[in-house]
Design a protein around this ligand. Structure first.
Ligand code: COA
Ligand code: AMP
Length: 645
């Protein structure tokens, strides 16, 4: 045991100077079948793929469930399910959740799933999503959860990359005013993909048509009913896994159309998330923690499922929206009803509530005094939204910055260690374990306070961060490690101020964040060019007052094309919906005679974005034809309010 340092600064310094003792100490918060003797495998200290706790063996599902039951907390509530869409409310104790997970793990095993096999989970926000994830973890299968808002094509891409033997799904999800039937989507994805899937297990949902019995194939694929499989199964015990055995793959947008399968280990992940709950969120066993996100995103993986259960807290799984289900008081109702202590959501959700209820009238109907903090992530927390939430909620509002790749916060206000003064617009300070530098384009460290550069993390990455990219060592190196030797390149830009506070300002690549959902403009461009009338296109993330950013497409027509512009715009919008999914929320299309380009043919994306966002810009000296910008300005003006910032 090392002495627990008290201040944030001491804790962070110790994590960087003595990572071995720091993380071995944190590893004591986890129950190991074989305890680790070393923290970081020697061979991986400066490699991108850090191997944490090399001799350790554990099971993540055991740590999330069994150990709490063994410790006598079996009757404590593990999970609260609240569906604003159906009015259903349900809670499961640790004992009950363990029973369901063990049975479903048995069902997976009975269907031939074993250690290292991949299982795709395509489920809405229902308790079965958590059950399925933990059941995979229990038998060493690697889950890959796919968000329900993606189209069949995106699901097929993930099937082809992960090559799962089983897909676990449901008859569907519920969106305001719309039922999303999953089963036809799954069948289409199976038809489009190369055919690794032997079994589809379907959880029926009342009021949503479709069940396993209605489907067959393609080929030998069989469709089975979840309830029948779970009922018939013998409970499975947790298997002992190596610390660096993969727990899950989660796909995220990269700079090309092909999403990257981020691979997470078992040991580093369990240690980091367990540590984060008490040190960052100040949440402990028995507390109620609610991450209002979706299990399809990393926030959902880490903070709806794993972290709260690892520490023995109660997690809330909410099916609904911040507004309209039924009103802008939905979040406050849930906080009031379950005495939520920490709420974690995306700034866009808070902006949505503010837009409908700027005076906090709905809040007055509820008692939210249980809230000790509101944590926000997924996109930058704009100071205006920060002030509004801070004034209304009377609890700390914490912006924290992280990525699918890291799995937990890189910068935050570590409330469990020391609540630091907040600075609006800043994600506060580097989290212990993360050594952050700001680098210029040549990789030279920028030490001047306030000067923006590339935000990079010194290797090794701490426990919990990605093990690699599924199926490609090379892709991991080229995407993250080659830009700045010795560093992991985050793809974000920003600066430190004179007090060491980090300000994350935006991406340096083509990744955009729409309502906290990460999208690649490159992949949207690939879809637009599928249209036979489109010659060239550029998709950009432009400012959106609600969603932070939205994707706006600029296209030119092939020579001789006479298609009506409104028709083309409609067809392009449906093409994106069909290929990427509704989550892209792609609605803005501007048709131009020419795109602004440099003389060497590079599209001037930054200038287009500045024009759309109404920002001042300088005409680039390398521009091929400056009059194209005049035409763009006119087109953008004519398209208002679509392009209104
Ligand atoms: N399954 C199927 N479709 C989905 C979906 C899901 N799980 N989630 C969203 N969609 C659809 C929506 O129905 C909508 O479809 P539509 O074009 O037919 O209306 C489309 O995807 C865009 O959805 P969204 O971006 O959610 O926009 P919205 O206008 O419906 O709602 C907000 C706006 C701000 C209320 C909403 O985006 C929100 O709650 N954001 C919080 C984001 C969040 O939690 N992010 C996770 C990171 S922490
Ligand atoms: P995702 O992998 O979907 O979680 O998206 C990660 C990206 O979202 C980061 O690289 C940032 O660009 C952005 N992001 C997440 N949280 C924040 C934050 N608190 N401040 C600024 N940007 C953020």
């Amino acid at each position: 045991m090392i002495d627990e340092p008290r201040s944030y600064r001491e804790t962070w310094q110790q994590s960087i100077d003595e990572p071995e003792s720091f993380w071995l100490n944190a590893a004591q918060g986890i129950d190991w079948f074989v305890p680790p003797r070393t923290a970081l495998a020697a061979s991986s200290s400066t490699a991108g793929s850090a191997r944490w706790f090399p001799e350790g063996e554990l099971n993540t599902s055991y740590n999330a469930l069994d150990r709490h039951v063994i410790a006598g907390r079996g009757n404590q509530t593990a999970l609260i399910y609240d569906s604003a869409m159906t009015g259903t409310k349900l809670s499961l104790t640790y004992h009950e959740l363990l029973g369901r997970v063990a049975k479903f793990a048995g069902a997976l095993r009975a269907n031939g799933v074993g250690k290292g096999d991949r299982v795709i989970i395509y489920l809405p926000m229902i308790p079965e999503a958590i059950v399925a994830m933990l059941a995979c973890a229990r038998i060493g299968a690697i889950h890959s959860v796919v968000f329900g808002g993606f189209a069949a094509t995106e699901l097929a891409v993930r099937i082809d990359d992960a090559r799962p033997s089983v897909i676990v799904t449901s008859s569907g999800g519920l969106e305001p005013g719309r039922v999303v039937e999953y089963l036809p989507l799954v069948q289409k994805a199976l038809t489009l993909s190369a055919g690794s899937v032997r079994t589809v297990i379907v959880r029926d949902r009342e009021s949503i048509p479709g069940s396993a019995a209605d489907f067959t194939g393609p080929g030998e694929t069989v469709w089975l009913d979840w309830a029948t499989e779970e009922d018939a199964a013998a409970p499975a015990d947790p298997v002992s896994l190596r610390s660096d055995d993969p727990l899950y793959i989660l796909y995220t947008s990269g700079t090309t159309g092909n999403p990257k399968g981020i691979v997470r280990d078992n040991g580093g992940h369990a240690v980091a998330l367990n540590w984060s709950m008490s040190n960052i969120y100040n949440v402990h066993a028995g507390d109620v923690y609610w991450a209002a996100s979706d299990v399809g995103w990393v926030v959902g993986h880490s903070y709806i499922v794993y972290a709260p259960l690892l520490v023995g807290a109660t997690t809330v799984i909410y099916e609904g929206k911040p507004i309209g289900t039924p009103d802008a008081g939905a979040f406050w109702r849930v906080v009031n009803e379950y005495k939520v202590q920490v709420l974690f959501t995306a700034p866009t959700a808070i902006r949505a509530i503010r837009r409908v209820d700027p005076e906090f009238l709905e809040l007055k109907n509820y008692d939210v005094s249980s809230l000790t903090a509101l944590f926000l992530a997924g996109e930058r927390l704009d100071p205006e939204t920060f002030h509004w939430a801070n004034d209304g909620l009377h609890c700390p509002v914490v912006d924290h910055w992280w990525q699918t790749e890291t799995g937990w916060a890189i910068a935050a206000n570590p409330l469990g260690i020391e609540a630091l003064p907040t600075k609006p617009g800043s994600a506060t300070v580097p989290v212990p374990g993360y050594a952050i530098d700001i680098l210029d384009s040549k990789g030279k460290r920028i030490t001047k306070a306030g000067k923006d550069g590339n935000i990079a993390i010194r290797l090794p990455l701490p426990p919990g961060a990605l093990l690699g990219v599924w199926g490609s060592e090379e892709r991991f190196a080229s995407a993250y490690l080659s830009a700045f030797p010795g560093y992991y390149a985050t793809g974000d830009s920003g600066h430190f101020d004179e007090d060491g506070y980090l300000f994350v300002m935006g991406r340096t690549d083509d990744v955009i964040n729409v309502a906290g959902h990460r999208l690649s403009t490159g992949s949207l461009e690939e879809v637009l060019t599928l249209h036979p009338s489109v010659a060239e296109c550029a998709v950009l993330g432009v400012h959106d007052a609600l969603k932070g950013q939205r994707a706006a497409g600029f296209v030119t027509l092939k020579a001789g094309e006479t298609i009506d512009h409104d028709t083309l715009a409609r067809e392009l919008v449906s093409l994106v919906r069909e290929h990427v999914g509704p989550v892209a929320a792609f609605r803005d299309v501007t048709i131009l005679d020419r795109l602004p380009k440099t003389r060497s043919g590079k599209i001037l994306r930054k200038t287009i974005r500045q024009i759309v966002d109404g920002e001042p810009y300088t005409v680039p000296p390398t521009i091929e034809d400056p009059t194209v910008l005049d035409a763009l300005r006119l087109a953008v003006h004519a398209a208002a309010p679509q392009h209104q910032p």
